[in-house]
Ligand binder design. Structure first.
Ligand code: FAD
Ligand code: NAP
Length: 463
């Protein structure tokens, strides 16, 4: 087990600060750039021949969950890195291939492609005695091992499909949404009866797309309700003008002066009231159409963003159904006992959090979550960091960037962790919580960095 102390991270005598980053999706890319800029020696390993992770449609790594029509559901302003925006003339919600292009532009703009080793999979990472990691890698020339002082796990949190295990058998085709590319791939859906399970962003988007493409009937099954908000209102991004959707947004002083937990509760309460005032009438229409009631608190889980689903349900292109209770040969049975014929079931049922190259005692994801200090550091290590574990009410990438900056400070001795008992006390599950607000999270990281800097200075003053 690695040492945790109230002192800045000390590197072994005579060793360079060798750091490895697993993954060259948005999280791994911004981490690699940030750590190189901080003066560290960084190797970024990417299993795929391409960088961009999830945004490489049909990624040869088999892990992209993108489909052909995918566009961002976060605006360009929300999605930007602190020092790199998407081009002005791009649309407000860029398409999948544009995001991929932007990530490549980011790498070339800051010139760190040399640090990325594509076609190289991290097979395992095992803690070394006294700290650091031994990696087993599978690269273009075969298997090899390499040692690092610190490891940053940025390998994605939306790639390992979660597939329900219903009783009974189904004679049609069943796929997870991750396999879906368009209404003809992997299966030609024209004229077929399709059941889509899950009312997250994926389920709602696929239901509308498949219905419009000429499927037979399209049923959308939900086991629980959620708030479903439009992406645009009168042609303008609904999130435009909403404060605190970016980690660098300035937090108003009346909010910033509250204790961290109180801020989150206060903002969530206020945002919840605003959402309720604006969208309760719309949510009642969903309930009348057969979706389960949404939770009282709109931010209890992250709201779904869907422009078209209400219109598709109202026009009958998509039919709302409750949870599936069992499969029955060529049909699914919805609660309490409605049997509906189906040719294809698409499980848009989300993803498990998985790190196959780390052992369970290092990354315990059995609860589909990780308990982390500041959403980054496992309570018992100071040489392992997770970047990209979050479910924000804004864009994902600038949050990963803020996390990378925190790791850079920690690894370059500009920040020192608090004592172990404080880390234990403040570590919390990163996913099973109120949806994460980017502005407040950005502020809490900045504050913790400041506290850690003070700890460094105080440590230096000690005899
Ligand atoms: C359908 C969908 C739409 C989304 N839309 C948005 C959006 O509009 N806006 C937004 O902000 N977020 C969105 N997200 C969130 C999304 O997860 C992020 O956008 C982002 O792609 C996550 O970046 P990442 O780098 O953490 O993971 P990924 O993009 O999954 O990249 C992980 C990379 O790590 C590599 N890797 C994994 N394991 C290993 C290993 N052992 N060795 C070497 N390499 C490895 C993979 O090959 C991959 O390239 C969306 C997610 C999904 C599923
Ligand atoms: N850019 C875009 O437009 C876009 C498009 C698609 C996805 N995304 C992003 O991709 C990520 C993943 O989204 P997602 O929609 O794939 O997954 P998700 O948000 O995790 O939603 C999964 C859905 O499946 C349901 N579900 C899970 N397990 C189930 C089970 N065993 N039986 C029945 N229902 C089950 C969930 O219901 P419960 O709530 O009851 O658990 C939920 O409705 C999110 O970050 C999302 O924002 C973005």
């Amino acid at each position: 087990m690695a040492r945790i102390s109230g002192h800045p991270k000390q590197w072994p005598e005579g060793q360079g600060q060798r750091v490895c980053v697993v993954g060259a999706g948005p999280s791994g890319l911004t981490t690699t750039k940030t750590l190189i800029e901080a003066g560290l020696q960084v190797d970024c390993f990417e299993a795929s021949p391409d960088i961009g992770g999830h945004w490489v449609l049909g990624n040869p790594n088999g892990r992209s969950s993108a489909y052909r029509s995918l566009r961002t559901n976060t605006t360009k302003r929300m999605s930007r890195f602190s020092d790199y925006e998407m081009p002005e003339h791009w649309s407000e919600f860029p398409a999948c291939e544009k995001v991929r292009e932007w990530l490549n532009l980011y790498v070339d703009h800051f010139g760190f492609r040399h640090a990325i080793r594509t076609k190289t999979e991290v097979i395992s990472a095992v803690p070394r005695e006294g700290g650091g990691w031994q990696l087993v890698l599978n690269g273009p020339d075969g298997w090899y091992t390499s040692d690092y002082d610190a490891l940053i796990a940025a390998s994605g949190s939306y790639w390992d499909p979660q597939i329900p295990d219903w009783p009974g058998t189904f004679s049609g085709k069943m796929i997870h949404a991750q396999e879906y590319l368009d209404p003809e791939t992997p299966h030609q859906l024209n004229g077929l009866d399709v059941v889509i399970v899950g009312i997250g962003n994926t389920g709602c988007e696929l239901a509308c797309e498949i219905a419009k493409a000429g499927a037979g009937t399209v049923c959308l099954s939900a086991r629980s309700g959620t708030w479903i908000l439009p992406k645009t209102i009168n042609g303008v991004a609904a999130a435009e003008g909403v404060p605190l959707t970016h980690p660098t947004d300035e937090v108003p002083s009346e909010l910033a002066c509250l204790a961290e937990e109180d801020r989150e509760a206060f903002l969530a309460q206020r945002a919840s009231q605003t959402i309720k005032q604006a969208h309760s009438e719309r949510m009642r229409r969903f309930e009348h159409l057969g979706l389960p009631p949404a939770p009282e608190h709109p931010l209890l889980k992250r709201p779904t963003i869907s422009q078209d689903i209400l219109a598709c349900l109202e026009s009958g292109h998509v039919i709302a159904k409750p949870a599936i209770t069992r499969l029955d040969r060529d049909a699914v049975v919805f609660a309490p006992d409605e049997r509906v014929r189906a040719d294809v079931i698409i499980c848009a049922t989300g993803y498990k959090l998985s790190y196959p190259y780390l052992s369970q005692d290092v990354a315990d994801t059995r609860e589909n979550d990780l308990t982390l200090f500041c959403g980054i550091v496992p309570p018992d290590r100071d040489d392992l960091f997770f970047v990209g574990v979050s479910r924000p009410t804004g864009a994902f990438w600038p949050i990963a960037e803020a996390q990378a900056k925190f790791v850079a400070a920690l690894l370059t001795e500009g920040y020192s962790l608090p004592p172990a008992r404080e880390i234990e006390r403040r570590a919390r599950p990163m996913l099973n919580r109120l949806a994460l607000n980017p502005g407040l999270y950005g502020l809490s990281l900045r504050e913790e960095l400041e506290r850690g800097r003070r700890r460094v200075l105080e440590g230096e003053e000690l005899p």
